[in-house]
Design a protein around this ligand. Sequence first.
Ligand code: MG
Length: 203
Amino acid sequence: MKIICVGRNYTEHAKELNNEVPSEPVLFMKPKNALVVPDKPIYYPEFTDDLHYECELVVRICKNGRFVEERSAKKYYNEMTVGIDFTARDVQQQLKQKGLPWEIAKAFDASAPVGNFRPITADTNMKNLDFELKLNGTTVQQGNTKDMIFNINRIIAYASRYFTLNIGDLIFTGTPAGVGPVNVYDRLEGYLQGEKLLDVTIQ
Ligand code: MG
C-alpha cells in the first residue's frame, strides 16, 4: 500500500507557511513504513528538532483504478478517519530553500499515524465534515472539509492520472491552519464529527 498526501489544500494553512495557494493539487507520497496503526506509540525522530503535527482527514481506497473521472471518484473510497501528517519542519524548510524534494522531512518511518476508520455511507456528506486535533487537551486545529481547495473527488481524479490507486491505499487530504511543534510526552487526540478516533502519545 501507499499513502498519497495533498499539500496546501487549505488556504489558511498555505498562508501560515508562506506558500502560494496552488492551482493544481500538490501531491507527495509516504511509503508503507510511514503508517502507524491505532494504539502504537510514536517516537520522536533523532534527525529533527522541530517535529510538527498536521491533522488531516484520511480516506481509504476500496477499488483499484487509474484515470478515474471526478464524477465517479466516490466509488473508490469507502472509509475515513483522521491522521497526522508528521513533518520535520526544520528539515523541510532547508530542503524547500534549496528546491530539493521533501521526502526525508515527510515520508520517514512512523510519520503517518491514523485513527480508527469509520464507514462512509450514502448519508455522509464528504464536503461538510468537521475534524479537530487536541494537543494535551487543548484544541489546536479545527477544520471542515468544505474549506478544501481541491475536494476528495478532484484529488482522486488528479492523483490517479499519475499513480494507479490500489485497494488499501490511503489519501491524506491536507491540513487546515494551526500546525505546530510537538515534544516528547505530548498527547495528540484527533476527532472526526465529534468522535475521537485517534489518540497518539509521543515517546
Ligand atoms: Mg499535510
